[in-house]
Design a protein around this ligand. Structure first.
Ligand SMILES: NC(=O)CC[C@H](N)C(=O)O
Length: 454
């Protein structure tokens, strides 16, 4: 609906957008409309603008033997990865449309966004193709602020329709240019609904994306069948190599919980298994002093820094393929309050004696309902994981604190005796939802209670 409204406005010569102040807590304000392809005046009048593409020049070959012809954007080449679908469709802001010389407000647009830039820069997607179920991607371009890490680690992007126009007050460049500069492949004009239904039915599939005509379908199929993401340590490729201090908090205009700031500061060591920057910003906003350390940083060195708490971050790949990280987590248990997010939660589950398993097609999206058993509330959450902790394998004393309401899987754990808390999903989600943000306050409260207990 929103994009239809925008297309109407784009194609109506008498419409222009007001350079509004961004609504509070919104990152979006329309001031310019950049088109990646010129709209002919005829096209503009009829709504039938000429598209900048003609032919399929890429193939996605899935391990089940299906071949999907598509059009390429971003980088060219051949890339293998696991295909996952992301259902993010959240976040919108309203804009006034001002028409003609009298500047009468004639309506409002709900401007839709999916957080695709945050998804592209989430290191947990390393080794995976992200297929967006939202059919229209690229309309807000990319900007300098929404990066979740230092680079794009994912294998590639698969979308239904690439926006021909880019319009956002923060836009620095188009999605296509951004991906090409980072050597990330993308395809569009592919039936993402059909692929999603296949993945839901048959489970995650390995795929090969290629723009190389010289490679036969059979060659690409064999490539997809001889690669696997299970059992591989993907953390060490994305983690930082040296410790560093993190100070940036959420910008005041966008902070939705700033009344909860703490006057006291707590020292947190954050293990970087592929950490998203917004986890660090939220911790900083809640008054934490943070040192980020590499995935292999010894537990003994962490304890020497005398932290009030330790955070185990999100990260890519199979949690059972990184026993060295589980050993570090285990060594810290009971010595300092700990909080695990996603991969961090899965490592904690294993360190407590539990096991993880691979889900059929995982959870990827910004619209997962979670039952918070501790307070009885249902939180809408952002999730991105293919594995889960099996609660039946956990020892007595470990509590399941959150349940994913779509499939009943474990979405959070606590072990009060050892000051352990963890979530399988993303309380820091940017652009949202923000229902679970208060878990950072819970972590601060945990650190506080331990620090001032003595
Ligand atoms: N976001 C994450 O930390 C993902 C954890 C793990 N790689 C999984 O897919 O389950």
């Amino acid at each position: 609906m929103a994009t239809q409204g925008l297309n109407f406005a784009l194609n109506n010569p008498s419409t222009f957008f007001a350079p509004n102040k961004p609504p509070r807590h919104s990152k979006f304000r329309i001031v310019t409309v950049k088109c990646s392809a010129p709209l002919s005046s005829e096209g503009a009048a009829t709504g039938l603008a000429e598209r900048p593409w003609n032919v399929a020049n890429a193939r996605l070959v899935l391990e089940d033997g299906s071949i999907w012809r598509a059009k390429s954007f971003g980088a060219s080449g051949t890339q293998v990865g696991e295909v996952v679908f992301n259902t993010s469709l959240t976040g919108f802001s309203e804009y006034e449309i001002i028409l003609g010389v009298r500047e009468a407000v004639v309506g409002r647009i709900s401007y839709e966004l999916t957080g695709y830039q945050e998804i592209l820069t989430d290191p947990s997607y390393a080794g995976q193709f992200v297929l967006m179920t939202n059919p229209h991607i690229g309309n807000t371009g990319v900007n300098f602020d929404d990066e979740e890490s230092r680079q794009c680690f994912l294998a590639g992007l698969v979308i239904r329709s690439l926006s021909i126009g880019t319009s956002n007050w923060r836009c620095a460049e188009t999605l296509g240019n951004y991906l090409a500069e980072r050597n990330i492949m993308g395809i569009y004009d592919v039936d993402t609904r059909a692929i999603t239904r296949r993945l839901r039915q048959d489970g995650s599939l390995i795929g090969v994306l290629s723009t190389e005509e010289s490679k036969s379908d059979q060659e690409l199929l064999e490539m997809s069948r001889s690669w696997d993401i299970v059992g591989i340590d993907l953390i060490s490729d994305v983690s930082c190599k040296e410790p560093f201090e993190w100070v940036e908090s959420t910008k005041p205009d966008w902070d939705f919980n700033n009344h909860e700031r703490n006057s006291k500061t707590y020292r947190v060591i954050a293990y970087d298994f592929g950490i998203k920057h917004n986890i660090l910003r939220r911790l900083a906003s809640y008054g934490c002093q943070i040192i980020v350390v590499p995935s292999t940083w010894p537990a003994s060195e962490t304890l020497k820094l005398k932290p009030d708490g330790v955070l185990f971050s999100n990260g890519p790949g199979d949690p059972s393929a990184v026993p060295y990280a589980v050993a570090i987590v285990k060594e810290l248990l009971g010595k300092v309050p700990v909080f695990g997010i996603c991969m961090g939660h899965q490592l904690l589950g294993q360190a407590l004696g539990g096991k993880t398993f691979k889900m059929k097609f995982g959870h990827h999206g910004g619209n997962h309902p979670v039952h918070n058993i501790q307070n009885g509330r249902v939180e809408i959450s952002a999730q991105n994981h293919n594995y889960a902790v099996d609660p039946a394998t956990l020892p007595k004393g470990v509590e399941v604190t959150h349940i994913n309401l779509n499939d009943g899987t474990c979405a959070g754990l606590a072990y009060p005796a050892l000051n352990v808390m963890s979530l399988q999903y993303h309380p820091e989600a940017s652009p949202g939802p923000h229902d679970s943000d208060c878990v950072f306050r819970d972590f601060v409260e945990l650190m506080k209670s331990v620090k001032y207990r003595a």
